[in-house]
Design a protein around this ligand. Structure first.
Ligand code: SAM
Ligand code: SF4
Ligand code: SF4
Length: 339
């Protein structure tokens, strides 16, 4: 078994993010705005979505190439029927050390216990604001903040610790509520991670004016609850860590716009319909579903994946500044690849 696979910029393949559904019960303005994703929006038909067996096969083939961490995402992954069964089978794959899930938290109350029992290692829950009005405006007015908080409580009871709480920051939208969010989770062991609004996909009306840079986010928090820099936990950690000076935990800031981190990017992404995508901002991916369904052998699938990774040269976030001002090309959308 060899794990020496490197891309053209000498980056290994370590993480795989799998989008298990393109559907969602939210309509976040920065991801699936309601005006574009209405009642009649054509989500993927069932036969175009990778089956659990197909996902398991791909992960089992990629683990020996270096994949250690798998993150299940979406759309809203908890909408995928029987998700705990996928967690169980991924947890049994040799070499996979860590299985994480990113969710909006609204279905966690009834699912957290089962996911924990089947081997889910870590949870990330998205929560943009504790202010009901701001929350509703950003997430499409579907469900309440309380529902997410109840999901977090259920996850705590199920035994999940040090959860990550993801908050997308938009200037003029939720920046006045960031400190309250940080304060709510300070001292709980959970880590709020503020994410700069990113120009993923083409449908979210991204505007640089709405990006609050990491330095400003840090200053906002520091003004109320003093923080200091902490060392990264591991090479390639995407969040910049800031520790509360009073010892009551830490926050993270993901600064992919103001301070890109492509140099250590070891992530590949699998879309709901089975395309392997090598960058969050890619224009498309390689169709592994067609290959699997054509009856390809394990060796053939392995060779295809190795070839894709070996040829990878993506570093979009580092190139972004050069591209700003030009037309945004077609890109994979966030709900298709899950962040
Ligand atoms: N539905 C799940 C959720 O919201 O947690 C999982 C999928 S969602 C696409 C994954 C993460 O991407 C969420 O934390 C979400 O807030 C974040 N996200 C979506 N669009 C974004 C954007 N334009 N900029 C920054 N983060 C974004
Ligand atoms: Fe749904 Fe997550 Fe996208 Fe919001 S960010 S619309 S919860 S997939
Ligand atoms: Fe990785 Fe692409 Fe993001 Fe750079 S822009 S960190 S290559 S996903």
């Amino acid at each position: 078994m060899s794990s020496d696979l490197r891309d053209s910029l000498d980056r290994p393949l370590r993480d795989l993010r799998i989008s298990v559904t393109d559907r969602c019960n939210f309509r976040c303005t920065y991801c699936m705005p309601a005006e574009l994703f209405g009642e009649r929006y054509a989500f993927l038909p069932r036969d175009e979505i990778l089956s659990f067996e197909e996902i398991e096969r791909l992960v089992a083939l990629m683990a020996p190439m270096g994949v250690r961490k798998v993150r299940i995402t979406g759309g809203e992954p908890l909408l995928r029927h029987g998700l705990h069964e996928l967690v169980r089978s991924l947890a049994a794959i040799r070499g996979v050390e860590d299985i994480a899930l990113t969710t909006n938290g609204t279905l966690l109350e009834r699912m957290a216990g089962q996911l924990k029992r089947e081997g889910l290692s870590r949870l990330t829950i998205s929560l943009d604001s504790l202010d009901p009005e701001v929350f509703s405006r950003m997430n499409g007015g579907k469900l309440s903040v309380q529902r997410v908080l109840d999901g977090i409580s259920a996850a705590e009871e199920a035994g999940f610790e040090a959860m990550k709480i993801n908050c997308v920051v938009q200037r003029g939208v939720n920046d006045h509520t960031l400190a309250a969010l940080a304060r709510h989770f300070k001292g709980t062991g959970h880590i709020v991670r503020f994410i700069e609004f990113m120009d993923v996909g083409t449908k979210n009306n991204w505007d640089l004016e709405q990006v609050l840079p990491a330095t400003e986010i840090a200053a906002l928090i520091d003004a109320e609850m003093p923080v200091e820099s902490a060392e990264p936990n591991y090479v390639g950690e995407v969040a910049q860590r800031l520790r509360y000076r009073d010892g009551e935990g830490e926050i993270g800031i993901i600064s992919s716009v103001s301070n890109p981190f492509c140099g250590e990017c070891s992530r590949a992404r699998l879309t709901t319909d089975g395309k392997l995508v090598t960058c969050l901002f890619a224009q498309g991916g390689s169709d592994l579903r067609a290959l699997l369904r054509s009856g390809a052998s394990d060796d053939e699938v392995r060779e295809r994946i190795r070839g894709i990774w070996a040829g990878r040269s993506d570093r979009y976030s580092e190139e972004r500044s050069e591209l700003l001002g030009t037309d945004r090309p077609k890109r994979v959308e966030m709900y298709q690849i899950g962040g």
